[in-house]
Design a binder for this molecule. Structure first.
Ligand SMILES: *[C@@H]1O[C@H](CO)[C@@H](O)[C@H](O)[C@H]1NC(C)=O
Ligand SMILES: *[C@@H]1O[C@H](CO)[C@@H](O)[C@H](O)[C@H]1NC(C)=O
Ligand SMILES: *[C@@H]1O[C@H](CO)[C@@H](O)[C@H](O)[C@H]1NC(C)=O
Ligand SMILES: *[C@@H]1O[C@H](CO)[C@@H](O)[C@H](O)[C@H]1NC(C)=O
Ligand SMILES: *[C@@H]1O[C@H](CO)[C@@H](O)[C@H](O)[C@H]1NC(C)=O
Ligand SMILES: *[C@@H]1O[C@H](CO)[C@@H](O)[C@H](O)[C@H]1NC(C)=O
Length: 264
C-alpha cells in the first residue's frame, strides 16, 4: 500500500478508536527524511495493538514490574539496590543554551530545559517496542501551548513538568490533578553519550546524553533516581558561531522514575 494511503486510513481508524481530540500539524520539513516512516511505523503498530487506545482511555492499572529499563544500565550504573519503578514518562520540550557573544571561541553552555511529561507507564509495561519509538515520534510534532495538549497522535496524558530551578538543578513535578507521584530536584550522578544511531533532532542535532540523576533530600513521593534515556535531538551546535546569546533546541526522551524509602 502507498505510504500516504496507509497513513490516512490508519488515522481514520485510530481516531475512531481512541477519539483523539485534535491532530497537531505535522512537521514535514524538519522531519525529513524519516518522519513519514516513523509515523507510518507508529500507526502500523497502533493498528496491530489497538488495545492501546482503550487501555489509556480507561486509566488502567498496569503492572510496572513488567516494564524493563533494558537499555539504560549499560554503560550507566543501574538503579540503586531496593528501588522500584514508579513511573515512565515521555518528555517533550526544549534544551536551553547560552553563548558568550564576547568570546570568539565560546561553545554553547546548557542552562536548563523545559519539557512536558506524558504518562507512558502503561506503554512501558505493555508495549516496549512502541515505547522505544515514542521519543522519535514525539519530536516530529511541536507541542501546542494548552495544558490539555496531547503528544502528537498518541493518546498519552500529561503526568508532569520538567524544568530547571537553577542552571545545575533539573526538577520534576509529577503532581497533577490525576496523579500525585511526587516532586524532586536532582543532581547528575552519571552521564553517557547517546548511541550513535539515536534519533537526530528537527535540524539534525545529535541526541542529548543519557543520564542517571539522584534526587535531593526533600523530594516527595519517595522519588530517588531518575533516568533520561532513549533521547532524540536536543544537542547544541559544537560552536557558538552564528548563534544568538540564548537559544533552544527541541528534544524528546524517556524518563524513568525510581522510588524507595531511603534517601541516598
Ligand atoms: C517547531 O518549532 C520549531 C522552533 O522551535 C520550528 O522551527 C518548526 O518550524 C516548528 N514546526 C512546526 C511543525 O510547527
Ligand atoms: C500513569 O502513571 C501511573 C504511575 O506510574 C500509572 O500507575 C498509570 O497506570 C499510568 N497511566 C497510564 C495511562 O499509563
Ligand atoms: C528556556 O526555554 C523556555 C521555553 O521557551 C523559556 O521559558 C525559558 O525562559 C528558557 N530558559 C532560559 C534559562 O533561557
Ligand atoms: C572563550 O571560550 C573558550 C571555550 O569555551 C574558553 O576556553 C575560554 O576560556 C573563553 N575565553 C574567555 C575570555 O572567556
Ligand atoms: C542550585 O540549587 C541547588 C539546590 O537547591 C543548590 O544546592 C545549588 O547551590 C544551586 N546552585 C547555584 C549555582 O545557585
Ligand atoms: C555513577 O554515579 C555514582 C554516584 O554519583 C558514582 O558513585 C559512580 O562512580 C558513577 N559511576 C560511573 C560509571 O561513573
Amino acid at each position: 500500500m502507498h505510504a500516504s494511503t496507509l497513513l490516512v486510513s490508519l488515522l481514520g481508524a485510530s481516531t475512531a478508536v481512541i477519539a483523539a481530540p485534535t491532530w497537531p500539524a505535522f512537521n514535514w520539513d524538519a522531519a525529513k527524511p524519516d518522519g513519514l516512516e516513523t509515523v507510518s511505523e507508529y500507526f502500523n503498530m497502533l493498528a496491530q495493538k489497538i488495545e492501546v487506545g482503550k487501555l489509556m482511555a480507561a486509566a488502567p492499572v498496569c503492572d510496572m514490574t513488567k516494564a524493563l529499563m533494558v537499555a539504560a544500565p549499560k554503560p550507566l550504573d543501574p538503579p540503586s539496590a531496593g528501588l522500584t519503578l514508579k513511573h515512565v514518562a515521555i518528555g517533550r520540550g526544549t534544551q536551553n543554551y547560552t553563548c558568550d557573544l564576547t568570546n570568539a571561541t565560546a561553545v554553547p553552555v546548557q542552562v536548563g530545559a523545559l519539557a512536558t511529561l506524558f504518562n507512558a507507564s502503561c506503554v512501558a509495561a505493555t508495549y516496549p517496542d512502541l515505547l522505544q519509538l515514542l521519543p522519535k515520534l514525539a519530536l516530529q510534532f511541536n507541542l501546542t501551548a494548552q495544558e490539555d495538549s496531547r503528544m502528537g497522535p498518541t493518546n498519552l496524558i500529561i503526568s508532569g513538568k520538567h524544568f530547571f530551578t537553577n542552571t545545575t538543578t533539573p526538577f520534576f513535578n509529577l503532581d497533577t490533578t490525576q496523579y500525585t507521584l511526587g516532586e524532586a530536584g536532582c543532581s547528575k550522578a552519571n552521564q553517557t553519550d547517546a548511541p550513535t544511531d539515536a534519533p537526530k533532532g528537527q535540524q539534525g542535532e545529535k541526541a542529548v546524553p543519557w543520564l542517571r540523576l539522584k534526587t535531593h533530600v526533600g523530594s516527595t513521593g519517595n522519588l530517588q533516581e531518575v533516568y533520561r534515556i532513549e533521547t532524540a535531538g536536543g544537542s547544541a551546535p559544537s560552536t557558538c558561531v552564528g548563534q544568538p546569546a540564548a537559544f533552544e533546541v527541541q528534544y524528546a526522551a524517556q524518563y524513568w522514575f525510581w522510588e524507595g524509602q531511603t534517601q541516598a
